[in-house]
Design a binder for this molecule. Sequence first.
Ligand SMILES: CC(C)(COP(=O)(O)OP(=O)(O)OC[C@H]1O[C@@H](n2cnc3c(N)ncnc32)[C@H](O)[C@@H]1OP(=O)(O)O)[C@@H](O)C(=O)NCCC(=O)NCCS
Length: 190
Amino acid sequence: MTKYILIGAGGHAKAVVEAIRGAGGAIVAYVDPREAAWLNAARISDDGLAAEVAAGSTVVMGIGGVETDSLAKRLALLQTYRSAGIPFRAVIHPAAYVSPTAVLGEGAIVLAGAVVQPGVSIGPGAIINTLAVVEHDSEIGEGSHVAPGAIVLGGCRIGECCMVGAGAVILPGAMIADHSLVPAGTRYPS
Ligand SMILES: CC(C)(COP(=O)(O)OP(=O)(O)OC[C@H]1O[C@@H](n2cnc3c(N)ncnc32)[C@H](O)[C@@H]1OP(=O)(O)O)[C@@H](O)C(=O)NCCC(=O)NCCS
């Protein structure tokens, strides 16, 4: 069984933990300044994290983000850990579909009911949230968040640390610049 250390144990982490457990993994510890009563695992420091990784545990990002600034901070934290030699696993909920020709970057997260179609590239640390769809040949940039129910149609290029709000529809071939917000329930281009 793969053993995971969770970075951040807030609300988004609950969905990440279910994805890991559903895929047969176990959370053995977490790093968070606050106690997480909902999570039956040990709270550890960054030093403890390094020791767990040396002992064979893998690391997953539990922190979410719904604003482009918080997504940028989240990505910077992930990069800080990566440059300290702490690798992140990609996580796929067992009820998600990810095409065998899609490529997921380090620490990418695909949650329940999401669909990632052929030729898609999901950047490191990106979140494809519940019931989101990323259609064929689209690219989701590093650290971006495609929120629940959002649909990215074919051949789109979404930049880094973008927030694609819940239920938004990105029309085929659209290009979205780094650090952009697409409000929930809208379509782009309008
Ligand atoms: C667009 C959205 C952020 C507006 O939120 P709001 O609280 O109604 O609007 P506010 O007027 O308070 O604006 C909040 C911030 O969003 C910015 N904003 C609002 N509408 C925007 C738009 N259409 N495009 C870009 N930025 C926008 C505002 O400038 C403001 O920025 P600031 O905090 O730096 O001043 C919100 O409707 C939204 O879509 N949020 C995403 C929700 C979501 O999908 N969550 C997923 C959870 S997993």
